[in-house]
Design a protein around this ligand. Sequence first.
Ligand code: GDP
Ligand code: MG
Length: 200
Amino acid sequence: MATAPYNYSYIFKYIIIGDMGVGKSYLLHQFTEKKFMADCPHTIGVEFGTRIIEVSGQKIKLQIWDTAGQERLRAVTRSYYRGAAGALMVYDITRRSTYNHLSSWLTDARNLTNPNTVIILIGNKADLEAQRDVTYEEAKQFAEENEDAFLEAAKKIYQNIQDGSLDLNVAESGVQHKPSAPQGGRLTSEPQPQREGCGC
Ligand code: GDP
Ligand code: MG
């Protein structure tokens, strides 16, 4: 497995954080499986999905970890922040409490990731405009469209690699370089998911 050629040059680890019910699991499944799931049970623990995207002609595999939003599991999910290149912080535009809790999510993200981790805010459920509880204006400097947010984060991470501000030799960088020629390359194995996909 470790010697197989890769059809991508990098793996970026992302985490998705935010209160329960804001749509983290849906974002993951929409992005990684290109479908919208009707009855996804509440996430227990952590799972991840992957998708290969292209940034500046480079194929990049996004490994996106979905954390459980439950407060009681917060200690468990904290261990998944380590090594994240990108953190997608999600709130629900129809529930102000989920917006108000962003500061504590941001504190966790800042404390438990490295200084180069790119943190992007997503105001989710934008289709429910009539029930909006957080104005666009107050969140506009942070809010990103869902799929754009994943791509924007990847562009910024790639930019950090290009300009040398992200040191790939540091274990917590959240990025693994995968040279296209497999011979002689030192390869690290990917963490195995507890389960891949929602299964619902
Ligand atoms: P999580 O706890 O953050 O993982 O949230 P889920 O992904 O389980 O979503 C919680 C609920 O929000 C589900 O019942 C979804 O139907 C709903 N939901 C998620 N994303 C959207 C969205 O963009 N629009 C609308 N209208 N509902 C959404
Ligand atoms: Mg979930």
